[in-house]
Design a binder for this molecule. Structure first.
Ligand SMILES: [Zn+2]
Ligand SMILES: [Zn+2]
Length: 252
């Protein structure tokens, strides 16, 4: 008599059914129940609401520019200017679903949401017909060691890794480092934030970024000071052009 043992695939399926029975998959925004397969974090409605956030913008100033014809999309003001050495671009506004997902990712420590938001950022860049061949590498805005230990992951690093696969660019996670500071940025007003950020970023090893074009990734931009000070550090290491790319712009 042969004993019929379940295959590895059957065991995995059984495990998923049980998992979904006890912990059903739910939309991360509206909490509606989702079918067990495939794994997804948003329902169809919330996903389309998130992507509706995306609109065509000028590559250099980020202003809405729906009437543009050919990429790279530049508004009338930026078209005839020299390309800036540091410029900012955000995939959406810091509100609604996007805000809630970023919040969950950071403060409820849901690292898997970084994948979802990485895909959202890619969706934005695809719509912009963004050409990654003008860049040499991606650098995520770092967390301090203390913060990293506390959160368990760096969300910008996870987003950068996702983006890198799509853009076919290397991610440099150990180039830019951040010292720990006592006060969290969210507790401070604008001038205190600036002082808090000065001298907090440094280059870890003897990295030569001479002539390099860098995509610097962060989750939210409000004043832009975090990206600004990171960029100054990278410029000192030789970087020539820096795009400060964020998921969301917080225009409070
Ligand atoms: Zn939903
Ligand atoms: Zn512009």
């Amino acid at each position: 008599m042969t004993l019929l043992l379940p295959t590895k695939k059957q065991i995995l399926e059984g495990y998923n059914v049980a998992l979904n029975f006890f912990f059903p998959q739910r939309c991360q925004y509206c909490r509606c129940y989702l079918p067990p397969h495939p794994q997804q974090f948003l329902c169809g409605q919330c996903r389309s609401n998130l992507y509706e956030n995306i609109s065509l913008v000028c590559m250099y100033c980020g202003k809405p520019a729906p009437d543009l014809e050919l990429p790279p999309y530049l508004c009338g003001d930026c078209r005839y200017k020299d390309r800036p050495s540091l410029w900012f671009l955000s995939a959406g506004d810091y509100e609604g679903i996007l805000k809630k997902l970023i919040h969950k990712m950071k403060y409820e420590r849901r690292s898997y949401i970084a994948e979802l938001l990485g895909d959202f950022l890619i969706g934005f860049l695809q719509q912009q017909q963004f050409d990654s061949q003008y860049f040499d590498c991606i650098i995520p805005v770092p967390l301090s060691r203390v913060k990293y230990r506390d959160r368990g992951f760096n969300q910008t690093e996870l987003i950068a890794l996702r983006l890198a696969r799509w853009a076919d660019l290397p991610v440099e996670c150990s180039v830019l480092k951040r010292k720990h500071h006592v006060h969290a940025q969210v507790e401070l007003d604008r001038s205190e934030r600036l002082n808090n950020l000065r001298d907090i970023f440094y280059i870890n090893k003897k990295t030569d970024l001479t002539g390099k074009s860098v995509i610097l990734i962060d989750d939210v931009r409000s004043t832009g000071s975090t990206i600004y000070f990171c960029a100054q550090t990278l410029f000192e290491a030789g970087a020539e052009k820096i795009l400060g790319l964020t998921l969301a712009f917080n225009d409070r």
